[in-house]
Design a protein around this ligand. Structure first.
Ligand code: SF4
Ligand code: FES
Length: 380
């Protein structure tokens, strides 16, 4: 693969202090945020605070060109996401074009806006997989969290149609203080709906979720209980359902390897065509982002300023650069470092080696133990 060898390299210092140059690998996954429009109003919405309007969205032809470029750069998995991707009238056409380009297509949806007919059409268009979010195990709680009355019932119907169409299903359960005690019931629901996989992920507190910290931050006790539950359930349900789990990192010892390391495996495209190294990268004010309307995806991946900002380890603070875990977690999440320290190149403060960890834990404990205030729902 020629472009892998001729493109710029990133520097990496190994354990013995020897500087090595690493080749930039081709991206594996691309998340296409087809639109920021969404009928739900989740209090932990991961879309940016400034939403991109419908008038700025890439056209059908522009998206199709992006998919074709992605396939030729090396992308294997395409996640069609949003906002709510079903809000795009051309969703079936886009799916067909992506499948034709040779991409594995995964639709990440709240289910709202999908009908039985549309799911059949998506299946015929070559949709490989569908990921359906649930906000709780009961209609009362799920509809309260999503801020959408009747949402739960719609989701159950979508899961059934998906299963009937033979499209493999994953259930996404975002967990927090107010639904974590239903984790077992959400897992049972996923099994009943015929899901092959469930993603149980704890809310991340940058962006909109930060406004709801006291309403959403799980307690340390909930975190420990969830860890034990997942370990037990994985054994009990082996061969029936796969459980992917992201625990509450505010209560964990080390940060997660966000995005598998900055600009190492994947990229995101916003509705208007900006290319980001992760969905929250725009929270880092020093970064400038290229747009697929101006440059090729290949040039952006290998040469884009934002992509090269945190590749390798030369940007890392000494704490991470000399750490034996730097090739495991890559210093954690840049956006979280930005949100919590004001410096995107700081050690992610959820790391127990960070001098800020103590403060972070105290804040997380205080938020988690507070009486939950009313949700601040995602505004449109
Ligand atoms: Fe990861 Fe940096 Fe903490 Fe080491 S010091 S564990 S590299 S975040
Ligand atoms: Fe941006 Fe983690 S969300 S690096």
């Amino acid at each position: 693969n020629e472009h892998v060898t001729v493109r710029p390299t990133s520097e990496w210092t190994d354990q013995d202090g020897v500087v090595r140059r690493i080749r930039i690998p081709a991206p594996i996954a691309m998340l296409a945020e087809l639109t920021h429009r969404c009928p739900l109003a989740c209090p932990y919405c991961s879309n940016p605070l400034e939403l991109e309007g419908v008038e700025t969205e890439l056209s059908t032809e522009e998206w199709i060109s992006v998919f074709q470029q992605a396939a030729s750069v090396g992308v294997l998995h395409l996640h069609l996401s949003g906002g709510e991707p079903a809000a795009r009238r051309d969703l079936v056409e886009l799916t067909a074009a992506a499948a034709k380009a040779g991409l594995y297509t995964n639709l990440i949806t709240s289910g709202i806006g999908l009908t039985e007919k549309r799911i059949t059409e998506l299946s015929e268009a070559g949709l490989d997989h569908l990921q359906l979010s649930i906000q709780g195990a009961t209609p009362e709680l799920a509809d309260k969290v999503g801020g959408y009355k009747g949402g739960y019932g719609r989701k159950i119907a979508v899961a059934e149609w998906t299963h009937a169409a033979g499209i493999p299903l994953t259930v996404n359960a975002v967990c927090h203080k107010q639904n974590m005690d239903q984790m077992g019931d959400m897992l049972d629901l996923a099994v009943r709906l015929g899901a092959r996989r469930i993603e149980i992920a704890t809310v991340q507190f940058h962006g909109w979720a930060d406004r709801n910290r006291q309403a959403l931050m799980p307690t340390r006790e909930q975190f420990l209980k969830a860890n034990a539950f997942v370990a037990e359930a994985r054994k009990r349900l082996e061969g029936i359902i796969v459980i992917d789990y992201v625990g509450a990192d505010h209560h964990a010892s080390y940060p997660k390897a966000c995005m598998g390391g900055w600009a190492r495996t994947g990229l995101n495209i916003t509705p208007s065509g900006k290319v980001l190294p992760c969905h929250a990268a725009e929270t880092i004010p020093s970064l400038r982002f290229d747009n697929v309307r101006d440059k090729t995806l290949e040039a952006i991946w290998y040469e884009g300023e934002a992509f090269n900002a945190y590749r390798g380890d030369s940007w890392m603070p000494e704490l991470c650069r000399s750490c034996d875990r730097k090739a495991i977690d890559f210093g954690g999440c840049r956006c979280q470092a930005m949100a919590l320290t004001g410096d995107a190149s700081a050690t992610d403060p959820v790391c127990i080696r960070s001098p800020l960890r103590q403060l972070l834990s105290e804040q997380a404990d205080a938020d988690s133990l507070a009486e939950p205030p009313a949700f601040v729902y995602r505004g449109r």
